[in-house]
Design a protein around this ligand. Structure first.
Ligand SMILES: CC(C)(COP(=O)(O)OP(=O)(O)OC[C@H]1O[C@@H](n2cnc3c(N)ncnc32)[C@H](O[C@H]2O[C@H](COP(=O)(O)OP(=O)(O)OP(=O)(O)O)[C@@H](O)[C@H]2O)[C@@H]1O)[C@@H](O)C(=O)NCCC(=O)NCCS
Ligand code: ADE
Length: 292
């Protein structure tokens, strides 16, 4: 599959932004319960270096996702998954079997292909068009993959949690066109930059707003619905205190990190959506020739 797709300069540039998003996310701190350069968060089996290795391995695949959108009109989801499957294999091999960025591979596949498709159709690659194309590519995914699950096969966390609670997780997020990113992640990130926060602090500000809204199956998997509500309540308190824009908010977010580690909460889905937030922000800049 890789040999049959030759990537062009545009795909490489977009691929670079996808990789940058993964790096910006894992570099952000304090990131409650998550891995950062200063903390392993609520994890024993991975640290910052594991994420660097994983991101380096995945970077190779990013331009191919874009190329899919540039070259094909049909079976886009199937094609993304073919490449994604190879990427997952490489990820697990460099992390000794630890799941660092499985969700992100899928999300980057969809964003990359949707940007390729925008280019092909002469559409600007802004948040609205990316969201609409992702809705289109993933139309019916919840119905096909969750509502019709074969309960006798091995179930992934996402599938099991849908059966238990009806929670749609990453599939619901993409089929609805990334509402958590468009309605919460991006506005908070841009608000942070507008009031003068640096990249790190705007990212954490955005992360907190995402945590307040997302149905993160990584959290539910470990801690049940109680864990999800605990995460959301903490995030809402942090927002009430001003998030990263106030001293009280910052102190609260540092305390949140300690609480999440004590409670073994790691919002991996929220982390992925922060990466997506940054990626879409950066793609819009690229479109306007601002920062590339
Ligand atoms: C559609 C797929 C993403 C696969 O779906 P699957 O059913 O296999 O997976 P899910 O269990 O549904 O979870 C997928 C990951 O998505 C992230 N996530 C969770 N909730 C949301 C949400 N609401 N919105 C967006 N994203 C969300 C989350 O990924 C992050 O967390 C992972 C780290 O978690 P960790 O705590 O380590 O969890 P575990 O290893 O599970 O266990 P413990 O440590 O607790 O023991 C990390 O991956 C982050 O990225 C969910 O994990 C897609 O993969 C697919 O199509 N699969 C089919 C096979 C295929 O074709 N693969 C190639 C696809 S491109
Ligand atoms: N920084 C991070 N920490 C833990 N899990 C994650 N999944 C994606 N990014 C993560």
């Amino acid at each position: 599959m890789l040999q049959s797709l030759l990537t062009d300069e545009f795909s490489k540039n977009v691929g670079r932004i996808l990789t940058e998003g993964m790096l910006v996310e894992v570099k952000s701190h304090p990131s409650p319960g998550l891995v950062s350069p200063f903390s392993k968060g609520s994890h024993r089996d991975m640290d910052y270096n594991t994420f660097l290795r994983s991101t380096a391995a995945l970077s190779k695949y990013m331009p191919y996702f874009v190329q899919i959108g540039l070259e094909y009109d049909d079976d886009i989801l199937k094609r993304i998954r073919k490449i994604g499957f190879l990427a997952e294999k490489d990820m697990f091999s460099v992390t000794s079997g630890v799941n660092t960025q499985k969700g992100l591979i899928f999300l980057c596949g969809l964003i990359g292909a949707s940007v390729g498709r925008c280019r092909k159709l002469n559409l600007s690659f802004d948040r609205k068009n990316i969201s609409n194309i992702i809705k289109d590519i993933t139309k019916g995914i919840v119905e096909r993959e969750l509502k019709n699950i074969d309960v006798n096969k091995y179930l992934t966390n996402g599938e099991r949690l849908y059966l238990m609670y009806g929670i749609e997780g990453i599939r619901g997020e993409v089929e609805r066109g990334l509402p958590t990113v468009l309605e919460y992640g991006l506005p908070a990130f841009e608000e942070g930059l507008k009031i003068g926060l640096n990249l790190n602090d705007s990212s954490v500000h955005s992360l907190i707003h995402i945590m307040a809204e997302v149905e993160d199956t990584t959290v539910i998997n470990r801690k049940g619905l109680k864990g999800l509500y605990l995460m959301k309540d903490h995030a809402k308190n942090a927002i009430y205190l001003g998030g990263m824009s106030t001293k009280q908010g910052r102190l609260y977010i540092e305390k949140m990190d300690k609480n999440f580690i004590r409670e073994n909460i790691s919002p991996g889905g929220a982390a992925d959506l922060l990466a997506v937030t940054y990626i879409i922000y950066k793609l819009e800049k690229m479109e306007n020739n601002d920062e590339i």
